[in-house]
Each structure stands twice: as structure tokens, then as C-alpha cells.
Design a protein. Sequence first.
Length: 438
Amino acid sequence: MSTAADPTVTETGSRPPAAPSTEKTTPGAAAPAAVRNGAAVLLAVAVAAAAVNLRPVVTSLGALLDPVRDGLGMSATTAGLLAAVPPLCFALLGVCAPGLARRMGPIAVVTAAMAAIAAGVLARSFTGSAVVFLLLTALALAGVALANVLIPVVIKRYFPDRVAPMIGLYSMSLSVGTSLAAATTVPLTNAMGGDWRLGLGVWGLLAVVALLVWLGVLFARREKSGPAAATATAAAGPAAAHVKLPILRSRTAWALAAFFGLQSTSAYSAMGWLPKIYHDAGVSESASGVLLALVMAVSVPVSFLLPNLAARRGDQRLYVVVLGLAGIAGFLGLMFAAGTVPWLWAVLVGLSMCAFPLALTMLGLRARTPGGVTQLSAFAQSLGYLISIPGPILMGALYQSTGRWYLPLGLLALLLVPQMLVGLRAARARHIEDEAVR
């Protein structure tokens, strides 16, 4: 039975001892449970709605980058900044998430993040300045960065006994949003007369829908707060406090950060260069786009199932190895025979990219409390995204210098070896709270 909406649940996910009752259960007693279940369903819908909006900010722009550059007179340097802004925002602004969550609460911060995404995506569609476009894109990405860190915290706090299925819902919805934007942005733009402003702006409307859902969650939670909630918090004692952990002492935290960064390197490199790799191997442009969509489609069901399977084990080392080996096979296949059974390499690369939901699952399992998850998520994702920045750039540089994909793809296959090694350390059944105090 879920405790997601129960205001008496403490920071550790446990309940204070219940007072003995001599009263018999009455039909009306089911009403509070129904209210709690309704609030839990609303929050689950909100998590999915937020996740769908976390990648179209980037993928829709990538699909329309050429017309955007022409329309704004954007220089190659500014376009290069657009490619570097997402991981930089994720890394730098993710650090701010724990402090904001302590002051405002994670639900309020995620709601504000949805507002930033909606405002940034909608407003950038109306500007005629390349600089303003860049700044508004950064605003939207700031919202993405905060939500990246805090949605796992919301899941840990409000779904303490449903962490794995909720992480599955979150990561599956994120994959849906990524593939949806990649596959439909250009057709939608063409259907609306070919105006790139409309093609980008339509994704802002999707963010507005997510914002409305989160405002509903925020209003419902504030309605429930009051003397009873304050009493419950006081009863929880020190466990409910936001204790700052010396997280730099935790080897598991460092391993998770490295694992997150290396899997992000593979994912961003594959998403950015895979169509070009296939096209250079003799695959048509349209078929190359379909193969990229296949990569993303593979991750949708696996992203939902994997967190549930991983959480049932004491550790997740088996999945770290399986996904790493799938990626090595996929990149080596692309390296030597990209035009032969190209769908097989796409499936294998898609499986390897499911290291992302596995990393999210481990973030939720490697800390005991929502406060611990907040700090671990901020540390691992911020450092991880910094690690991932050079990957796609280095791939492009290697391709430009050699004119072939052997070295870039060999690099990606090689990087999966340290990814598996640090993943084996991160996947062990440990808690950062135990390591951080030693």
C-alpha cells in the first residue's frame, strides 16, 4: 500500500507508532484513503508530464537548427554554444537544487521549473535576436536542470515503497518525450506552413499542460498542510531534518557520478551522430532517421521494466554488465559494418542507453532518506554532466581529422569499459549515509 500522499510519513518513509484504537471501522473511514490515493495518482501523472517535457527543449531545436540559424542570422559560434549549453546548465544549475528544495520544498521547485521551461520555450519562438534566443533557451534548460535533480527526490519522498515503478514511469516518459520530439518536430513544422517558430513553440504548450498539473499538485499539498502536518513533522524528530552529508567522502557517490557521466557521454554522442554514421555507411537519410527513432523506441519499454527488475536485487551489477556489453557490441558493429543489419546495432545501442534509468534507480536506492537522495542526485548529475561535455565534441574532432568513424566509435566502445567498472562499484548494496560519516 502506497504511503505517497500520507502526511504522517516521515522523512525516512516510516510512520510514527499508531495510537491504540477501540473504534470499529466505518464506511466513512475509507474517504481519507480515497483522498490520499487520488493525490498519489495526481502526483504520478505530474511526474510523467514533467518527464515528457525534459528533452524536447533540446531535441526539437536540433531538428530545426538550420532554419533557426538562417532565421536569426546565427553565427556558427553561437550555434556551437547552443550545443554546449544543455550539459553546462544541467551541471551548474543542478547544484542549486538541494538548497532551493530545502527552502521551498521539492514540489514547489519542480513547479517553478515547469514554469521556466514553458516560458523559455514559448518566448524564444518570438524573438528576433540570436542572443536573446540563447538566453531564453538557457532559462528553459535551467528548469530542466532543476527537475532532473528533484524528480527522483519527489519520488523517494512521496512514493517510498514504490520507488522502482515510479522511476520506471519517469524514465519511460522521458524516453517518450525524447523520441516524440525527434520524430514529429519537422512534420509538425511542415504541417503548420514550415515556420520554425511554430514548430518550436508548440512544445511550449506541452510544458504549459505540465505546469497546470504541477500547480494542481502544489495546491493540493498546501491544502493538506497545517497543524496536523506540523505535528507529524515534529514527531518525526531529527530524521526529518535536512542533514547535510559530507558526500565527498562517499565512494559510492563518486562511482555514481562517474557512471552517470560516462553513460551520458555515450547517449549524447549516439543521439548527435548516429544518423550521420548510418548515412556515411550508405544508409539513406530517411532510413537513418528511422534507425535513430528505433534506438529511442527500444528504451521506452526497457526504461519502464528495468527499474522494477533492478530494485528487486540486492545490487544491480548484473544490469551494469549486460548494458555495457550491449553497447560495446553495438558500437563495434557500427564501426565495422554499419550498413549490415543496421537495425541490430540500433537495438544494441538503444539497450546500452538504458543505463540512464538504471542510474536513476541507483540514485533512489543508494540513499536512505529524501534528503540524502537530494544531495546524491545533485552531486552525481552535476558532476556527471560535466564529465559528458567533451564526448560529443571529441567525436566530431576525431571524425573531422580522419574522415572516418573508426576512431570515434572505437572511443565510445572503449569508454564502456570504465563505465562498467565504476558501475560495478556504484551498484553494490550500500547507502551513502553510512560511507559519508566514516
